[in-house]
Ligand binder design. Sequence first.
Ligand SMILES: Cc1cc2nc3c(=O)[nH]c(=O)nc-3n(C[C@H](O)[C@H](O)[C@H](O)COP(=O)(O)OP(=O)(O)OC[C@H]3O[C@@H](n4cnc5c(N)ncnc54)[C@H](O)[C@@H]3O)c2cc1C
Length: 366
Amino acid sequence: MIHIAIIGAGVIGAAIAYELSLVKGLRITLIDKQVSALGSTGAALGVLMGILSRKTKGRGWKLRQTSIERYKTLISELEILTKQNIPVNHQGILMLRFAEEPIGEWENLITIRQSQGYDLEIWDQKTLNRKCPHIDNPRIIGAIYSPQDLQIDPKKLTRVLVKGASMNGVECKFGIEVKNIIYDTLKDSNLHQCYEIQTTEGNLKIDKLVIAAGLGATPLTITSSQPLDIRPVLGQALHIKLDKLPGNKDFQPVITGNDVHIVPLGNGEYWIGATVEFPDEMGEIISHPELLEKVKQQAISFCPLLQDAKVIKTWFGKRPRPQGEPAPVIRELPHYNNVLLATGHYRNGVLLAPATALAIREYWFG
Ligand SMILES: Cc1cc2nc3c(=O)[nH]c(=O)nc-3n(C[C@H](O)[C@H](O)[C@H](O)COP(=O)(O)OP(=O)(O)OC[C@H]3O[C@@H](n4cnc5c(N)ncnc54)[C@H](O)[C@@H]3O)c2cc1C
């Protein structure tokens, strides 16, 4: 049996573990130094901006399209297998339009998406007022509605992926940190082959390795000739609750405008986020409360009823952003013949997890 180790049980490692568990004849070990979904994934809002994204071709679109298509079957497949529910908002994503924005680019995108088999609608102010009466700001002139884009609970998805993988035979080792990758150099070549990983609970013999460790990918590749440079971009968000549900109770899509998302959770509860905060010149990254307040005020400016909401909690997470190459990084670790990298998904890890998992599966098993 081929033994594959996957380092990292965030949404990316969990999706890879599940997808590889569908390939016969593999022994798979999923390792995390914490439990699953406590890294960047634990902070995410799960807004899957696939059809609404401006990407229309090339790798960026291909990955999005693959994920959109895989999500159509993945959720029910996992729910049937694990008998667990994954909270998904199927009411689409509504992107607000402001006075100064030209419509031409959206019209082009709508034509392209139609040719790709997806719907997007342009709503004027009247339609927006009728369907979402809680949106109330004179600068908002309408919206683009994407009925097929989803929002999903990232932690629950990840935990159900881990459960599904484990039901399919994947061994999960949590609370164990991988310290080092041990390799041989192949005869008559400069290629390395990883045959063991060193962990806080001893060494583990393996045949293939996937590094899906998010920000942890940098220390793990530091001794390689081309280490991976993944840096954190901080994001803060908040969970609020209103006594009364604003708007139409039967139509609660995700609202997004100026990069601020209002994510309905049901019962008058919402997630609002997220800030985008880069490290300073010293590489230090500290969260700035005033930026979270700005995000909250932006949401209130779209939906004034949110002013009365009670803040239940605030949190932050660090998005893994690759330096010097586009996100995400899905490729070989240079000079190794059996190590794949699946990391650096920056702001779209939940969206791109299914496509990443399929790319890893296809790379080794066709
Ligand atoms: C506030 C916020 C909002 C976001 N909203 C969205 C959104 O709406 N939609 C979206 O698509 N994306 C969103 N993202 C981005 C998304 O969260 C990330 O792209 C995604 O979670 C990355 O997943 P990952 O599995 O690569 O990393 P992580 O979730 O960080 O997982 C990496 C795992 O590796 C483990 N690990 C690291 N090193 C080691 C080691 N040496 N040994 C063992 N284990 C190790 C860690 O413990 C961790 O569990 C958001 C992020 C933030 C912070």
